[in-house]
Design a protein around this ligand. Structure first.
Ligand code: NAD
Length: 458
């Protein structure tokens, strides 16, 4: 049994010692973390293969390289980000100098999901360390092999007062949330996200919620169909569709629907061969409960491609479903698996109408060659982030903050946004003492008109 309160106290005492505040300490911690990841690359990939049947290339790209590249990016920029940033000040406050100083929050709780069980713990950890915090990580209980590797790497790399891992399921998650942290960073479902926010509210702890949702891929009549087919099939079936920003459903212009479906079907064969179950490049469903949930969706439409399954092997073929209605169960919940429902539209304006009526997705992808249409779709409605003429890849760009909006989450991270997410950016106005206009001080008699004139002038 974990002694959670005692562990948090140890971390808080370590934080108060001031060690983690030093930028050199933070960079050193990040570099140690990177060295440990590189040294354990094979073990991390093996654990991901055990847990999810994750192909080695997918594991390397999406779980290891994404994180090590981000650590490099942070280390290159951290000294600059951590310096007090001078800001302009208004003449009304002269003489003054304004600055924003980003400071660590304290002890961070990071709760991870199972779909990218390494990256989605370690990438937030990099942000927490960069900002100078201590951190307690809770991996998903569904990816036991990866959780064990993460625990070992962290225990070998950090003193537990600085960073530690606690393994367990929802009960441990709840027990952790009963305690007071200085920030909670949660990645997972919208349902649990609400519980996390409720629990954090008791202590007024700030939360960052990275949740899910139904992210559309929209293909307009003038899109490059070969490119769209390649990029949608890749984004959807990477990690067998168990990606928070995977295209959840396809919305395609009626004029090009058949041509696109033909290309996507052909593309699936090119990527995974005639029998994707034999392909070394195709992952498995996390467990039988999720397998059964996904298999149940197949009745909601007509199978255009795939549909094959093997429950014992938790294998579900890359599947495209046509003839799906907006009202079907498949279209009410996040699919989070290798099933792509297809819906049509016949007027560009309908796209904006159809997508804006639904809960705010984590991502939106739009394929078209027309710059004006691209601009309209990207400006219309709320979604966490997205791509024009591609899928998923925006999350690999360290210069772009990543996060959801509304039901897909709140708060942003990656790159500089990670540093800021785990910091309190404190505003300080340093006043000069050689001038002190008497206008603001009582007694106010005769001063209001002067003040109004001053406000008009400045
Ligand atoms: P989940 O919400 O079931 O679990 C996530 C984590 O929360 C796990 O560690 C779990 O043990 C813990 N947990 C579960 N119940 C809890 C409770 N009552 N109290 C405290 N902790 C609890 O999510 P999941 O099934 O692991 O992941 C899938 C979901 O995550 C999908 O909705 C997906 O879209 C989303 N996701 C989002 C992102 C993103 O970056 N926005 C990334 C990956 C996954």
């Amino acid at each position: 049994m974990h002694d959670i309160a005692a562990q948090i106290t140890r971390q808080r005492v370590f934080f108060w010692s001031g060690k983690t505040h030093k930028v050199t300490f933070r960079i050193d911690a990040l570099q140690k973390l990177k060295r440990a990841i590189v040294a354990n690359e094979q073990k991390i990939c093996a654990a991901l293969a055990e847990d999810l049947g994750k192909p080695e290339l997918e594991a390397f790209v999406s779980e290891i390289a994404l994180v090590t590249r981000e650590i490099d990016f942070i280390c290159r920029n951290l000294r600059r980000w951590a310096k007090p940033q001078r800001v302009r000040t208004s003449l009304l406050n002269a003489p003054a100098r304004g600055s924003v100083r980003c400071e660590p929050l304290g002890v961070a709780l990071i709760i991870g999901p199972w779909n990218y069980p390494f990256q989605l713990l370690i990438s937030p950890l990099a942000g927490a360390l960069a900002a100078g915090n201590c951190a307690l990580l809770k991996p998903s209980e569904l990816t036991v092999h990866t959780a064990a590797v993460v625990s070992r790497i962290i225990a070998e790399t950090f003193v537990p007062e600085h960073v530690c891992v606690m393994q367990g399921g929802p009960e441990l998650g709840q027990a952790l949330l009963n305690e007071q942290f200085d920030i909670v960073f949660f990645t997972g479902s919208t349902r649990v996200g609400k519980l996390v926010m409720q629990a954090a509210a008791r202590h007024l702890t700030p939360v960052i919620l990275e949740l899910g949702g139904k992210s559309p891929a929209i293909v307009d009549a003038d899109a490059d169909l070969d490119m769209a087919a390649r990029r949608i099939v890749w984004g959807k079936f990477f990690n067998a569709g168990q990606t928070c920003v995977a295209p959840d459903y396809l919305l395609v212009h009626d004029k090009v629907k058949q041509a696109l479906l033909d290309r996507m079907t052909a593309r699936i064969s090119e990527c995974y061969g005639p029998d994707p179950q034999q392909s070394p490049d195709y992952a498995r469903i996390i467990n039988t409960a999720h397998f059964d949930r996904l298999a149940g969706y197949l009745a909601d439409g007509t199978i255009v491609a795939g549909g094959g399954m093997d429950r014992d092997a938790r294998y579900l073929a890359p599947t495209i479903l046509d003839g799906v209605s907006w009202e079907s169960s498949l279209m009410q919940e996040e699919i989070f698996g290798p099933i792509l429902p297809v819906l049509g539209f016949n007027d560009h304006d309908d796209v904006l109408e159809l997508t804006s009526r639904r809960p705010t997705p984590l991502a939106l992808y739009y394929f078209s060659q027309d710059a004006e249409k691209q601009r309209r779709v990207m400006n219309a409605g709320a979604f966490g982030g997205g791509c024009v003429n591609d899928t998923v890849i925006h999350l690999t760009e360290h210069h772009l903050p990543f996060g959801g909006v509304g039901s897909s989450g709140q708060g942003r991270y990656h790159g500089r946004a990670s540093f800021e997410a785990f910091s309190h950016c404190k505003s300080v106005l340093k006043r000069g003492t050689w001038l002190d206009l008497p206008l603001r001080y009582p007694p106010y008699a005769g001063k209001l008109n002067w003040l109004k004139a001053l406000f008009r002038w400045l």
